[in-house]
Design a protein around this ligand. Structure first.
Ligand SMILES: CC(C)(COP(=O)(O)OP(=O)(O)OC[C@H]1O[C@@H](n2cnc3c(N)ncnc32)[C@H](O)[C@@H]1OP(=O)(O)O)[C@@H](O)C(=O)NCCC(=O)NCCS
Length: 147
């Protein structure tokens, strides 16, 4: 059973998070290591731990000063641990935290092939598909006001 932690950039686990993102998100798309960290300083970082091993992560980035909207990004689970509920635990922790911050709406630029993963938590697709970092993406969002 994995444990979900919220960390900041001074935590040694942040370096493990960066490695996981390189392995799972960036290298398969040919993006240079550490090439998608422009929002890290203002994001909340959630990591999944199996003992001392970091096996998953996701970021929540506020989109405005009043925290009305935020964006979920950089969602990744170690290949050896996918399909075991780790992603689900990360999303649930992120949503619980977002509600505690009274964030009203969360959006995602999802890789089109994993949109159904996010839909299972109540996110819905809107707008047109688009290309980002060379692959098809969809916009999803969810209002937290009625949940
Ligand atoms: C997508 C990803 C984060 C899901 O994490 P995970 O730990 O494998 O997912 P879970 O085991 O928690 O699955 C939760 C539910 O989503 C479903 N699911 C998992 N991966 C899915 C996918 N790629 N597409 C559709 N549904 C998926 C599972 O079947 C499960 O459903 P259930 O609760 O009815 O059994 C993970 O597979 C991953 O890191 N993929 C590679 C990187 C990536 O694509 N990140 C997303 C960028 S937008």
């Amino acid at each position: 059973m994995s444990e979900i932690l919220r960390i900041n950039l001074s935590d040694p686990l942040y370096q493990k998070e960066r490695e996981l993102r390189n392995n799972i998100l960036l290298r398969p798309l040919g993006i240079p290591d550490f090439g998608w960290e422009m929002y890290d300083h203002k994001a909340w970082h959630f990591v999944a731990m199996e003992g001392a091993v970091l096996i998953g992560c996701v970021l929540l980035v506020p989109l405005d000063a009043k925290l009305a909207r935020a964006q979920l990004m950089q969602m990744a689970v170690d290949t050896n641990y996918q399909g075991k509920g780790v992603g689900k635990a990360l999303i649930q922790a992120l949503l619980s935290f977002a509600r505690s911050k009274k964030i009203k709406e969360i959006e995602i630029h999802s890789r089109a092939k994993v949109s159904t993963f996010y839909e299972s938590f109540g996110f819905h697709i809107y707008g047109e598909e688009f290309e980002e970092v060379g692959i098809r993406h969809q916009l999803l969002k969810m209002s937290l006001l009625s949940n």
